[in-house]
Ligand binder design. Structure first.
Ligand code: ADQ
Length: 737
């Protein structure tokens, strides 16, 4: 039976131990509340930390904890107090959390915390390994476990792994500050699918991958040497019906059944019918913008005195990460500002801020959402913000106004709210005024649109979308893997080659026999490669043809004295073994002046790029440029050249970080055909890495063995990972007599 694993730092339940009992209550926080609804509808196990230090328990208590966890389909990753301090309060919450939320000033770089982060990620991998039986999918969550996808992939190559980041992914300019940035990115790339809340986070992540690892990216797919990773955005939804129906129920309840919160609010409203309640709910976290919210509220009271007696801010802050210094500081600061505002603006009967520092049961939370007319949600940065969505879902009669920070991921989908900049106090104050004065029909109009969207894209849909995409990624991967050159096929090919005494090997050079370098002139053949090619061509049954886009003089310098056939400039020139260079076809190069000036213009505007001039082609290289700038300029350049080349009977070739302009119809395929016409071969092997080699694969007889280096789509029959695998395979061929 197939089973699905959910992995997150904390389990969705909290265990409260008493002398003779254990009570399980739901954990607070976006991830836990959101995923819990999904968890119940799958055959799944949830792996995470229970929050309990087992060292403090008796054997009997441990037993009871295990049973309680198992009942909830949870498995505990056991962490010591020290690990919690270094990995959770330390690296997760003092490094990643502030950095990813743009609070650079709070970021700590502590080697021992990083070490603990790695160790704990490995611990999670161990627990996953113990529970892998029958598992078909693993869904890892959030910033505490950024290294985990790679750790699991290394141990279980066939595992299907999804990863979702619940917080923002910062721009590269910030991310690059992290000393362990490359490890983190590599860790994440262990997943088959990476999900973010918004396109911006996805874009930032892609940028980091390009800049740090230089992988090719095809829209939202990253081509790793062995596989493809898909990256997409999935804005997380909520359990809409749960909130909406609970709000409807609450309204219908008799006075006796009503919650204390609701009774209190209603009582107050009877006394002061003009009162507008503004709700503010968050974990007490500096990213949530509580201080600026309070200051903006103060500004509102100062500047709109006519409303002083008419508004009450219900400020609900859930204790969070109390072990981290900034959180303790912030708590004191909030206490102080609340005290100051209440001190200044209270009257005998009224206090402008009702301040609660606690977690509330679900029913009370819904009562607050439902009863309060306005929600003031002003995070400085927030991955998504589910509170904004929960508030709208709880507006059972459609009335209510949401004021939402543009820095919350949710703002991207909730443009019908009043969107504010959390640092702009006058703007927030004006938004509060606008919310108080907003006509009911406008409120309903805005909320109807929002509710429809939230109902449709609810948390179940979010999870299903993510998991369906994960399945599709795996199916696609299978397609790629079908072509992977397995050991068994290698043995068969070697056996086949052995049977023939007339073999030819068409070998591309860059990326196929040697790795890429920033400067193409540095990709010189090394001793191992010379030896390999010499050994291969020594055998009279073998003919070696190096077939490349390189220029004639470079190949002459590197291989001029070698007994192999050389074909350069994609098939313009050929130098048969032991003879002189000759042109395969007569060509004209008078077009070069026209094109050169365009390319030079791009060199001036793109630092690191340069033009290479071959006899019959011009090449613009951009491997050394800023990767994103290079890519943008390449698109621009291609666009510009398209109209020019059409009239000159030229064509544009897009190679690996190069754009080449050359005479139309000249390609490796045509050149290989000419070689085969003159000297037919019985056994043909062709190996290449970029799409100029696709001409080669398509032009030679279909029974030839064609091998693509890399995972991209290809006409070739097989794929290998990299040039090293090519060399290994060729060595085995060279060993055949
Ligand atoms: P959080 O930072 O925890 O989540 P948020 O998305 O607002 O932020 O979720 C908070 C959750 O806690 C809500 O479901 C809310 O109902 C609950 N909650 C808040 N106050 C409460 C209280 N006093 N009592 C009980 N429950 C309370 C992280 C990211 C977010 C992202 C989520 C989900 O920081 O940006 O939206 O994960 O991906």
């Amino acid at each position: 039976m197939s089973r699905f694993l959910i992995i997150s730092n904390r389990l969705p339940i909290q265990l409260n131990l008493t002398e003779d009992n254990i009570e399980a209550t739901p954990s607070v926080g976006g991830l836990a509340t959101g995923m819990s609804s999904v968890f119940e509808s799958f055959d799944s196990l949830w792996i995470g930390w229970s929050g309990i230090d087992r060292n403090t328990l008796t054997e009997e208590q441990k037993e009871r904890v295990d049973q309680a966890l198992l009942k909830e389909k949870c498995i505990d990753v056991q962490l010591s107090q020290e690990e919690v301090e270094l990995y959770y309060e330390g690296f997760s919450n003092k490094t990643i959390w502030p950095l990813f939320h743009y609070f650079n000033q709070y970021v700590k770089y502590e080697e021992d915390q990083w070490q603990a982060y790695q160790d704990v990620n490995r611990k999670f991998a161990d627990v996953i390994a113990e529970n892998m039986e029958g598992v078909d999918r693993i869904w890892i969550h959030d910033y505490h476990l950024l290294l985990l996808p790679e750790l699991v992939k290394k141990r279980f190559q066939d595992a299907t792994i999804g990863f979702f980041l619940h917080i923002p992914f910062p721009s590269y300019e910030l991310f690059r500050i992290l000393p362990w940035r490359t490890e983190i990115i590599k860790g994440m790339l262990g997943a088959d699918l990476l999900g973010f809340h918004t396109f911006d986070y996805e874009r930032h992540f892609m940028s980091a991958v390009r800049r740090l690892l230089g992988y090719d990216i095809n829209i939202n797919e990253i081509n790793l040497p062995q596989r493809i990773v898909k990256v997409d955005n999935f804005p997380m939804g909520i359990d809409y019906d749960k909130f909406h129906n609970a709000a409807l129920d609450s309204q219908k309840r008799s006075v006796r059944e009503k919650s204390e919160v609701r009774k209190e609010l209603e009582r107050y409203y009877l006394l002061y019918p003009e009162t507008r309640f503004i709700i503010s709910i968050d974990r007490l976290d500096y990213t949530k913008g509580l201080i600026n919210r309070l200051e903006a509220f103060e500004y509102f009271l100062q500047n709109y005195p006519e409303y002083r007696e008419k508004v009450t801010l219900v400020l609900l802050a859930v204790p969070s990460r109390i072990g981290v210094e900034q959180y303790q500081q912030m708590k004191s600061e909030v206490d102080e500002i609340v005290g100051r505002i209440n001190g200044e603006f209270s009257s005998i009967n009224r206090v402008p801020i009702w301040y609660f520092y606690r977690s509330l049961p679900f029913e009370n939370l819904v009562d607050l959402y439902n009863y309060c007319e306005i929600a003031l949600i002003t995070p400085i940065r927030d991955g998504m913000n589910l509170v904004a969505k929960e508030f709208i879902a709880s507006k059972s009669d459609g009335r209510g106004v949401l004021i939402l920070s543009e820095m919350a991921g949710a703002a991207k989908e909730m443009s019908e709210a009043i969107i504010i900049n959390p640092n702009n106090k006058p703007q927030i104050a004006e938004a509060i005024k606008k919310a108080i004065e907003m006509p009911l029909d406008e409120q309903i109009e805005r909320n109807t649109v929002l509710q429809k969207r939230l109902k449709r894209y609810n948390v179940r849909k979010w999870a299903t979308d993510f998991l369906n995409t994960l399945d599709k990624v795996r199916q696609n991967e299978q397609k790629y893997l079908v072509k992977k050159l397995t050991e068994r096929t290698k043995v068969n090919i070697l056996e086949d080659i052995k049977q023939s005494k007339n073999r030819i090997f068409f070998l591309d050079y860059d990326g196929t026999l040697i790795d890429f370098r920033d400067n193409p002139q540095h990709a010189k053949p090394d001793t191992e490669l010379y030896e390999l090619l010499d050994n291969l061509s020594e055998n009279p049954s073998n003919r070696v043809v190096l077939i490349s886009g390189r220029d004639k003089s470079t190949f002459e310098e590197w291989f001029g004295k070698k007994p192999y056939t050389l074909i350069v400039e994609h098939g313009v020139w050929i130098r048969p073994a032991g003879s002189d260079w000759e042109m395969i076809e007569q060509l004209d190069d008078s077009w070069k002046d026209n094109i050169r000036s365009s390319l030079e213009f791009y060199v001036d505007r793109t630092p690191g790029s340069f033009v290479e001039e071959k006899n019959f082609s011009l090449v613009w290289h951009y491997r050394k440029t800023d990767p994103e700038l290079g890519l943008n300029r390449a698109i621009e350049l291609k666009d510009e050249l398209t109209s020019l080349v059409a009239n000159l009977n030229l064509e544009i070739l897009e190679g690996n970080k190069v754009i080449e302009i050359k005479n139309r119809g000249i390609n490796k395929g045509r050149a290989a055909q000419k070689v085969l016409q003159l000297n037919p071969a019985e056994k043909i092997v062709a190996i290449g890495d970029d799409w100029t080699d696709e001409y080669l694969f398509s032009a030679i007889p279909s029974e030839a063995v064609t091998i693509k280096v890399g995972m991209a789509n290809t006409l070739a029959g097989y794929k290998v990972e990299n040039y090293e695998e090519v060399r290994d395979f060729l060595k085995r061929i060279a060993a055949i007599s």
